[in-house]
Design a protein around this ligand. Structure first.
Ligand SMILES: Cc1cc2nc3c(=O)[nH]c(=O)nc-3n(C[C@H](O)[C@H](O)[C@H](O)COP(=O)(O)OP(=O)(O)OC[C@H]3O[C@@H](n4cnc5c(N)ncnc54)[C@H](O)[C@@H]3O)c2cc1C
Length: 467
């Protein structure tokens, strides 16, 4: 074997996963087609649950140092969501360009000696009972690499997914849009905060103009002119200039286009995330309209769900079926994001009937219950994994933000020794008088009192047989 795990793709998903594997002491390498970082960012935010997960590893502080702003609350198709109703240290989004998150994650891989092989593209893939063979084309030609497992975190057009032949049902894009980072001439009327413009008749296509600092603005648009254009055709400066229509009562003046690209509202999800020794994560497993700022967050959280399970599998310490729970837990979460982004896509059409619907939706979202429901979904804070055959408890399957810097599990209890799992589970004081077992990804997999049964079963199920 050349390594234990090959991670294909040095985007936010692959880099998070590589860090999780490194933390667990598993040998991994990352293949990245691009010869160097582009510095370009599609995503601009970390949702509260992603911030919590980085915090639990002790990785958030340096990320916050690179952030641009804190965005109060979230939004659903531009309608505000109040995150302050949640019990979280992060009732806001961290406004940070994706490239800065990637840079942080890639730099910290050095701590584990995990190589990121840039300019190396996965071009072929085969698996057998003993491992995976990846065909890699790089600066010195084409060669094979052998590993026990391979994870396709290679984005929406994933070669891994295509080579596997896994179904990717859903629908193609109906709407074509442009994302551009532009430098605009100074003007008092330019927005200074991250706000979506109102959806109004006659304002079709302008979705977003927000400051990223140093005169750079993120501009998202997609009017009638953009429809039907091939996704890979270059975005022209004239196209951007024409789209910078009088926003906020004036027409911004374009100085420079830093980068621009097209995207659509295509919505598809891989049928299987776990395919023998090959797994899919992030955009390789799901693509959708970027409404609400969820895609990067979904991918990073896929990686936090998968990393410790795959590490246990590689070490031969996993109970049967552990790896499969990556699919059973994360596929429904991805499906829910696809549903909500499709719904948001409809609500963003500036049509009179849709505006009527938006008015009603805005009224509904202003009620505490609806806000909690939708904000829970967009923020990632409402995720609750099924914990079969475990005594019921209100905390079961929910997140419990606790420091987990070791990447091991955590038993909050004082009187239930976990000696046979001591190498995999840390122990700390009880949680509000109760005993709680937390998985490495921060979700509760057993809770109760000293008399509640099932602790040994939960330890075995999630952390492997006793030693
Ligand atoms: C306009 C726009 C705005 C967005 N805004 C947000 C937002 O605000 N918030 C949010 O959460 N999400 C947002 N997203 C979504 C977010 O950018 C993606 O979900 C995220 O990039 C997915 O990360 P990933 O690591 O799974 O895939 P990617 O970021 O696509 O990374 C995949 C990597 O794999 C590499 N690769 C591909 N094929 C191969 C191969 N064969 N061999 C080796 N390497 C390969 C690629 O070069 C790339 O570096 C937005 C998306 C768009 C289009």
């Amino acid at each position: 074997m050349d390594t234990d795990v090959i991670v294909v793709g040095a985007g936010p998903t692959g880099l998070t996963l590589a860090n999780e594997l490194g933390l667990a002491g598993v040998r991994a390498l990352v293949l990245e087609r691009l010869p160097e970082r582009t510095g370009q960012s599609k995503a601009l935010n970390l949702q509260p649950r992603t911030a919590e997960m980085l915090q639990m590893r002790g990785w958030l502080e340096p990320v916050l140092d690179r952030a641009v702003t804190a965005v109060p609350g979230g939004h659903f198709a531009g309608m505000p969501l109040d995150y302050s109703v949640f019990d979280t240290r992060f009732p806001y989004q961290v406004g940070i360009p994706q490239a800065r998150v990637e840079e942080f994650l890639e730099d910290r891989l050095a701590a584990y000696g995990t190589p990121v092989l840039r300019g190396h593209e996965l071009t072929g893939l085969a698996q057998d009972a003993g491992g995976v063979t990846a065909t890699v084309t790089g600066p010195r030609g084409t060669h094979d690499l052998r590993a026990a497992y391979l994870v396709g975190a290679d984005g929406g057009r994933s070669t891994v997914r295509k080579r596997l032949g896994v179904g990717f049902p859903g629908r193609d894009g109906r709407v074509s849009m442009v994302v551009a980072d532009v430098v605009l001439a100074d003007d008092e009327a330019l927005p200074t905060t991250w706000r979506l413009p109102p959806v109004e008749p006659g304002r079709a296509g302008e979705l977003f103009l927000v400051p990223l600092g140093e005169g750079v603005f993120r501009f998202l648009f997609g009017g009638p002119e953009q429809q039907g254009i091939d996704r890979d055709s270059p975005v022209t400066e004239d196209e951007i200039r024409a789209a910078l229509r009088p926003a906020h009562g004036f027409r911004p003046r374009l100085r420079e286009v830093r980068w621009a690209s097209r995207f659509t509202d295509a919505s598809r999800q891989a049928e299987r995330y776990v395919n023998g020794r090959v797994l899919l994560a992030g955009d390789a497993a799901h693509i959708h309209f970027p409404a609400g700022g969820q895609g990067l967050n979904l991918g990073v959280q896929d990686a936090f769900n998968l990393g410790w399970k795959l590490a246990a599998q590689v070490k031969g310490a996993a109970s049967e079926g552990l790896l499969e729970t990556y699919h059973t837990e994360r596929h429904p979460v991805g499906a829910a994001v696809l549903r909500n982004t499709r719904a948001q896509g409809v609500l963003l059409v500036p049509d009179d009937d849709v505006l009527a619907l938006r008015g009603i939706m805005a009224d509904v979202l202003a009620t505490p219950e609806a806000n909690r429901r939708i904000a829970g979904m967009i923020s990632g804070l409402d995720i609750r994994y099924p914990m079969p055959d475990t005594p019921a408890h209100p905390l079961l399957g929910t997140r419990l933000p606790a420091p987990l810097p070791s990447g091991r599990g955590l038993l909050l209890a004082d009187d239930r020794p976990v000696h046979p799992w001591r190498d995999r589970v840390d122990v700390s004081a009880p949680h509000e008088g109760e005993s709680v077992l937390i998985r490495p990804d921060g979700y509760v997999c057993w809770a109760g009192t000293t008399n509640t049964p099932g602790l040994t079963d939960a330890l075995t199920r999630w952390f492997g047989p006793a030693k």
